[in-house]
Every structure is written in C-alpha cells, then in structure tokens.
Design a protein around this ligand. Structure first.
Ligand code: ADP
Length: 200
C-alpha cells in the first residue's frame, strides 16, 4: 500500500497537486479540508463547530480529524493506496495516524513537502479568496494567522518524518505542471516496486 502524505503550508498547492497525483498513481485522495467543508455545506453539527474555527484560521481539534480519517480508512475499498492532503497537521495527529495505519498493517510511505515562500503563499491565498468563496482566504490577518499556526504546530512534523527518513522537500514554486513532474519523479524514485491493485 502506497501512503503518501502531501505536506506544506496553506496555499502551497497541496489540493491541486493531490488531485493530479491521485489520478496518476490511482490513489484515493483524502483531504481533511474538503471533508470539513462538506460538513459545513451539509450544515451538520460538526460543520458548525468546524466552520467557526476554520473562519478564524484555527485548527479543528485533533480528535475530530483523527476520527474522520479513521472512518475513511475503515471503508473497505480496492486501491493501491492513499494520498493524504492536509493531514496530519500536528504531532498528535501524526502519532495517532501511525497507530491507526499499524492497525491496518500499513504505514506512511513518504512525506512530500511543498516548499513555497511566505510572500507567494499570501498572494496565492488572497487570489483564491476572490473566487473560492472560502472565508479563511479573505482577510490578511486570517491568512497570516494560518501561516503562523503552520509554523508553530504543523512544521514540527518535518522533523518527525525526517527522523524516519520519509521527508522529501519539493520546490512548490513554478508552474503546476513542473511541480507535478517533480513530485512524480520523487515518488517514482522512491516507489521502485511495481504498483499492483490489491484489495484490503
Ligand atoms: P489550507 O491548507 O489551504 O489551509 P485546507 O483545505 O487543508 O486548506 O484546510 C482548511 C482548514 O481546515 C484549516 O485551516 C483548518 O482549520 C482545517 N483543517 C483541515 N485539515 C485539518 C487537520 N488535519 N487538523 C486540524 N484542522 C484541519
């Protein structure tokens, strides 16, 4: 099972690249941000609580996102693997994730980190805010706050995966196609085994 973690700050392009990689390698794409936005759109209680936090640029509590991932991994499906986009985002989430994968006799294969300058991130998020309708992309203070939270709570995961030899930084500046190519190159170098469809 190929389990890719696509990592990077808000606005790094994880969502865009995850969709392209999922298609290329036949992976199931799991985005915690997308799942939370679906909950908000469906006006569930979880969506209401999450929506308030997301609009302020805060993270949603670890136990909430962990159980979202748990329920998705439980679903029986036929796949060669998964691409996780926006998860894990804290050390507690990464620890819980490892335990969860172990229960499924699996593990994180590789963590690909998109590296983008802060100035470029702020610019991209502002631009996205104009068309996405995402409240968390509109205000400069919220955008800055999300980047601060990334630096404080999420970036420690780089050390976590680096110590396991799983951290691969990838330049996230350039065209979408160039970045996809770099990601594919790294995955193919790493994933030397032929990919066979297996059912869980
Ligand atoms: P971005 O990476 O551009 O911030 P996402 O769609 O990944 O966008 O996430 C949007 C928001 O959803 C985050 O700012 C956060 O509030 C919440 N969220 C998404 N994933 C997680 C997670 N793993 N843990 C906590 N909160 C999360």
């Amino acid at each position: 099972m190929l389990n890719l973690v696509l990592f990077g700050p808000p606005g790094a392009g994880k969502g865009t690249q995850a969709i392209r990689l999922a298609e290329k390698f036949n992976l199931v794409h799991i985005s915690t941000g997308d799942i939370l936005r679906q909950e908000i759109a469906s006006k569930t209680e979880l969506g209401r609580v999450a929506g308030e936090l997301i609009d302020k640029g805060e993270l949603v509590p670890d136990d909430v996102v962990i159980s979202m991932i748990e329920s998705r991994l439980k679903k029986p499906r036929c796949t060669v693997g998964f691409i996780f986009d926006g998860f894990p985002r804290t050390v507690a989430q990464a620890l819980a994730f490892d335990k969860l994968l172990m229960k499924h006799h699996s593990k994180v294969s590789v963590m690909l980190c998109l590296v983008v300058d802060k100035g470029e991130l702020v610019e991209r998020l502002h631009k996205r805010g104009l068309t996405s309708g995402r409240g968390d992309d509109l205000e400069t203070t919220t955008i800055e706050h999300r980047i601060d939270i990334y630096n404080e709570k999420t970036s420690p995961l780089i050390k976590y995966y680096e110590s396991q030899g799983k951290y691969f930084p990838i330049p996230g500046m350039g065209t979408i196609e160039e970045i996809t190519e770099s990601l594919i190159h790294t995955i193919e170098k790493f994933n030397t085994k032929p990919i066979a469809v297996t059912s869980k």
